[in-house]
Design a protein around this ligand. Sequence first.
Ligand SMILES: C[S@@+](CC[C@H](N)C(=O)[O-])C[C@H]1O[C@@H](n2cnc3c(N)ncnc32)[C@H](O)[C@@H]1O
Length: 390
Amino acid sequence: MVLSVQDNVDDSMSHPAKKSRHEVAGYDLYLHQGQKDVRDRLLNAYRIEAPHIFPAGHPIRGTNMSILPSRDTNYLVKIAGVNLELSEIMAWFERSRVDRRISKLHFFPSNGKIYKTKEELFAAITDPSFEVPKGPVRLSCTPIALAEELTVPLETSWKLHPKTFDHVLQVVEVIDEGFRFHIIPPQYFFRTPPTGGPRHETSKAMQKVEEALDVIGWTGSDNGETAAKTGVAIDLGASPGAWTQYLSRRCRKVVAIDPAALNPTVLALPNVFHIQKKAEESAEEMKAILGEEDCALGVDLMVCDMNRPPHRMLEIVKDCMHLVKEGATVILTLKYKGKGQEKKTDGGINILERMCPGMLEDVKVHWLLANTVAERTIIAKKAKQQQPKD
Ligand SMILES: C[S@@+](CC[C@H](N)C(=O)[O-])C[C@H]1O[C@@H](n2cnc3c(N)ncnc32)[C@H](O)[C@@H]1O
């Protein structure tokens, strides 16, 4: 079997001039993660065309997503026919924040060869006519056991190194599909940080509010520390303060309400005001902090992440809703006692309609990538008051 190097070595990014000889007809991506529910959420986000993950007009929309069986305990999602360069795929991956929930990402040219058996794959990779990369290579395999099996036959002619490498050999086995391999430059090698440390500037706790605001492309205020900030937010159930901290970057004023303490760093932020009480006992303080003008105008954003059952949380939120501007964004985490409980309340819509009829409009219940299995997030707007008819 003769295999030409351009079929399986992706150096178009490091040598753009070589691109034309590749003629890669897009890529098939294989996303690998440890949790079944993350896999299901991704598929759901794809089906509903969740705008923060699959934005309108983005080539990632015109693809084909499927869930694939894997031999190990991890889960594979395939996105086929992604008509983008590797650098653009990585940009989408980070922008959509899918990278936070995935442990491995493999790319294969859509028109690349699929080997039916492991023997065929091994024969291709070890074929003497195959142009082995000159520098050290890291192996990245799914399932992981493939890496051990490949190490011995490759070691004779390949320089394998797990830490210092110029290329990454990606190999994936998909049941019923076969084996694929592809060699990529190191800058496109993706893995979760080995220390489990933060990859992003936002902490895990922040990610829920960040993702929720992303879903609607919230532009209530400018982003960034130095930009002029507008908008006022109320954060119910704010301790220890990750959401408040995030909102403080985007809003002029954040009123954080929680009987528990705020993290001192968050408390020290000049535009953060903490009311250290239960929300249902804070009406006077909220008015005092907001001042006459903000009270009259209403706040631009109300968020609530308090750990109360949905019906209790909604009762509390309802009592604070008079402080919110009509049409302003409302983000509420629904926390269920266990996985599957959300189905009993129709994902939150029923309970909302029963307890707070007419309070919100444009209501959507999302299962964000940043939610836990037993959480959902309501993203809505405060409904406009019906004008009394004369
Ligand atoms: C999961 S934590 C919120 C985390 C927060 N979003 C963050 O980013 O750090 C839930 C919080 O809700 C608060 N809480 C529960 N009942 C509350 C109530 N009635 N009023 C205000 N806060 C409440 C708890 O004290 C707890 O700190």
